[in-house]
Design a protein around this ligand. Structure first.
Ligand code: NAD
Length: 299
């Protein structure tokens, strides 16, 4: 079993990006700038946003945090999006999700200029990805693809099973891996990823275990601890665990610990490669956001 060390690869990517930003500075060019819009005070969102801003600082990307009260109207938020769309000093921006219930998330996302949509969630970017056109791909799928590439795990002709059909993980990673490899993203280390045979499973799928047993690569993004167990995988499988779940743990000072969707202890001995949680896909997601910001800067 080999660990797919997302923490290390993400650090490598940040070092590469830092060098790129240093070069821009040395050439007298302006540095890339990301804006992060956060609404309300959801503690998880606060943590994510702080981590993103910290990562920007580490590579020299400028970051602006734009915070609004929970009670902000949809129109005021739409006005902010328009302002950021038109601000030439901002290369990319994200609106941290989830938004309060009175705001139509899809209306906000659709208003973002796709060229600045570094979360890759606008219908325009999703459509462009589906058609194999240059696009900003959402950060977690981009990170998974990069992790596979950097460990030289080929996908051509492989059977990839994706568990989960969300817009931010399941659907886009399935799309990326089934594409012909012409969809190459700047900064990608391998162009041969893609060309897989992809099966997407979800909560209504029958015989999940049988389907998983035919997989060469399994990507789990369900939000369900220990969903994937040893009896569901064959020897030599590659397992990417996207899940982030809190489980009670009285031995931890926080009273909980984070686990993925995979029963790591039982699955790891059968796997050729597997991501840990934490330290697998999570760090790759933030690194990909930074890569997307550089991509938006250059486009
Ligand atoms: P989601 O929460 O929107 O939906 C979960 C999906 O899993 C659904 O499509 C559902 O049909 C499927 N599912 C749930 N239980 C299932 C089961 N028993 N069998 C088969 N399918 C099942 O999905 P999401 O937003 O992609 O999040 C999934 C998990 O990934 C969550 O734990 C989330 O916290 C985590 N996540 C992690 C990162 C990261 O950077 N590591 C990024 C995004 C999401």
């Amino acid at each position: 079993m080999n660990l797919l060390d997302g923490k290390k690869i993400a650090a490598d990517i940040r070092a590469e990006l830092r060098e790129e930003v240093e070069t821009l500075k040395a050439q007298g060019k302006r540095v890339p700038k990301l804006a992060v819009v956060i609404v309300g005070n959801n503690p998880a969102s606060e943590t994510y946003v702080n981590n993103k801003i910290k990562a920007c600082a580490e590579v020299g990307i400028e970051a602006a945090r734009i915070a609004y009260d929970e009670s902000i109207s949809e129109q005021t938020l739409l006005n902010e999006v328009t302002k950021l769309n038109n601000d030439p000093t901002i290369d990319g921006f994200i609106v941290q999700l989830p938004l309060p219930e009175h705001i139509n998330e899809s209306a906000i996302l659709s208003a973002i200029d796709y060229r600045k949509d570094v979360d890759g969630l606008t219908p325009e970017n999703v459509g462009r990805t589906v058609q194999g056109l240059p696009s900003l791909v959402s950060a977690t799928p981009r990170g998974i693809r990069e992790l596979l590439a950097r460990y030289d795990i080929q996908t051509e002709g492989k059977h990839v099973v994706v568990i989960g059909r969300s817009n931010i993980v399941g659907k886009p990673i399935a799309m990326l891996l089934m594409q012909r490899p012409y969809l190459s993203l700047p900064g990608m280390s391998a162009s041969s990823l893609g060309d897989a045979t992809v099966t997407i499973c979800h909560s209504k799928t029958r015989n999940l275990a049988d389907i998983c047993r035919t997989a060469d690569i399994i990507i789990v993004a369900a939000g369900s601890p220990k969903l994937l167990t040893a009896d569901m995988v064959r020897d030599g499988v590659v397992v990417i665990d996207v899940g982030i779940n809190r489980v009670d743990d009285i031995t931890s000072p926080r009273g909980y610990r984070l686990v993925g969707d995979v029963d790591f202890e039982s699955v790891a001995p059968k796997a050729a490669f597997i991501t840990p949680v934490p330290g697998g896909v999570g760090p790759m997601t933030i690194a990909s956001l930074l890569q997307n910001t550089l991509q938006a800067y250059h486009s």
